[in-house]
Design a protein around this ligand. Structure first.
Ligand code: GDP
Ligand code: IMO
Ligand code: MG
Length: 450
């Protein structure tokens, strides 16, 4: 059996928490896309772990794999592994030899392009995490990328760097007009410095036996009876195909990518469970429209502040305050269809407790019509006026006690809210998050029991 965990909104829905919870019943946790733009939080008995690359199963000692669909910054990976070791864990992480490598020039280019977009006043900067994600996927598609396997052979590595680095230098100097001789990013475009650094990284990867042929590795693990969790990063509405282009990341967080990004067949992934992780309201870091955003007047802004503080809505990777909005059902309908959710987990239900009012967007008004899904262009989505249903609110409750007692112990209005959502998106609820800790989840269905 496989379980695929997918973000159904704009990232930060609490995917890490569910991977940790259900990953305890699995043997391998696989990231299939993205890189260290992700920030997944696992809380175990009050101890908090923030993971960008190490798959979230690590806290429970599950083998983690970074699939071929990932872009890997090996420095972040080693730092994270070393930090976890210092905290007494022993993460076993394997990296696909087909995965692409994020280098310092990718990070530099990410920053430079964002600066250029910001300077031209068109308001088209994406607000990326600055981790080099876009430029690395560009090189992958452009067939000039450097893969993990290339780090294991210093001659191949040199050949690739000698081809690509002068191109990047020319891009920065001739297109973006920067003088690299007078820039602290110059080392990022120096073939010898890059070669020395990345050949040494290759040695460590080899010494620690970390690289794998991902498809083959997972095939053998499954043949031996292992259960696999696919840990999606980011979310459906920042998917490069299905999201809010161009305010997206450069990979496919949606479930189809679990097969492509790991080399496990679509029939295997499709035969398993696909659970969409939903935040009970919306948060967004970075730019782009958000029709239900709470920013219309001072009252809305105060409400957004209240939710932001209660929910700790500050970026895991960059610390940026997250924008806040009401739950948007057209977005969830799209997500459920694109990934074929078999169930959803709705997190942060505790954060909504004690509010004076609670709204859910059921559709949009656009050009005199009511529509129930997200338009394909940013320009049209931006013009959508949400149609709201107002629901009853509930009082704060004891999360640990409710998690232990089960769904019926939730306040009645919270149950009604959850049932309303499940009904509107025609997908059953598998779990309800009532706090960040592993134990603060009301479980209705364990996908591994299905
Ligand atoms: P991810 O990127 O989807 O893994 O989510 P993040 O870790 O970036 O952000 C989710 C944040 O909410 C983290 O701080 C989690 O510990 C926390 N969290 C997860 N589920 C819940 C929940 O049900 N209630 C509350 N209050 N916090 C939660
Ligand atoms: P997790 O896995 C929320 C956003 C960035 C930016 C856009 C593109 O923790 O849910 P990128 O650096 O990927 O090129 O940035 O995508 N973004 C995320 N937002 N959660 C994430 O990951 C994100 N990863 C990228 O803020 O708007
Ligand atoms: Mg996150």
């Amino acid at each position: 059996m496989t379980l695929t965990i997918v973000g159904s909104q704009l990232g930060d829905e609490g995917k890490g928490a569910l991977v940790d919870r259900w990953g305890g019943d699995a043997d391998v946790v696989v990231r299939y896309q993205g890189g260290d733009n992700a920030g997944h939080t696992v809380v175990e008995g009050g101890a908090e772990y923030k993971l960008s690359l190490v798959p979230s199963g690590a806290v429970r000692g599950t083998v983690g794999v970074l699939g071929n669909g990932c872009v890997v910054n090996p420095k972040t990976l080693f730092t994270e592994i070393d930090d976890l070791r210092e905290r007494g864990l022993d993460p076993d992480v394997r990296v696909a030899r087909r995965a692409h490598v994020i280098t310092p020039y990718h990070r530099a280019l990410d920053g430079i392009e964002e600066e250029v977009k910001a300077d031209d006043d068109a308001g088209d900067e994406v607000g990326t995490t600055g981790r080099g994600i876009g430029p690395t996927y560009e090189d992958k598609a452009g067939r000039r990328g450097i893969r993990i396997a290339d780090l294991l052979d210093p001659d191949v590595l040199r050949e690739k760097l000698e081809y690509v680095v002068p191109q990047k230098r020319a891009l920065v100097e001739d297109v973006y007009g920067l003088d690299l001789d007078d820039d602290d990013r110059a080392d990022a475009f120096d073939v010898d410095a890059l070669h020395e650094e990345f050949a040494a990284i290759g040695e460590r990867l080899a010494d620690e036996g970390m690289t794998v042929n991902c498809s083959d590795f997972l095939y053998r693990r499954r043949e031996a009876g292992d259960e696999i969790v696919f840990e999606g990063a980011q979310g459906t509405h920042i998917d490069v195909d299905h999201g809010n282009y161009p305010f997206v990341t450069s990979s496919n967080p949606t479930a189809g990518a679990a097969a492509v990004g790991s080399g496990v067949g679509v029939t295997t992934v499709g035969d398993g469970e696909v659970v969409g992780i939903v935040k009970a309201y919306l948060s967004r870091v970075g730019e782009g429209p958000l029709p239900t955003e709470l920013d219309g007047d001072a009252d809305e802004e105060a409400l957004a502040d209240e939710i932001r503080e209660k929910g700790g809505e500050f970026g895991t990777v960059t610390g940026r305050p997250r924008r806040i909005g009401w739950l948007d059902l057209p977005m969830l309908r799209h997500s459920a269809r694109v990934s074929g959710f078999t169930g959803v987990a709705v997190n942060h239900v505790d954060v909504l407790a004690g509010l004076d009012e609670l709204k859910v967007c059921t559709g949009y008004e656009l050009d005199g019509e009511t529509i129930d899904t997200v338009p394909t262009t940013t320009e049209r989505w931006e013009r959508c006026e949400p149609v709201y249903e107002t629901l009853d609110t509930w009082e704060p409750f004891d999360s640990a006690a409710v998690a232990e007692a089960g769904f019926d112990a939730l306040p009645e209005a919270a149950r009604e809210y959850l049932e309303f959502v499940a009904d509107e998106i025609d997908t059953p609820i598998y779990a309800v998050g009532v706090g960040p800790d592993r134990e603060e989840t009301v479980e209705l269905v364990n996908p591994f029991d299905e």
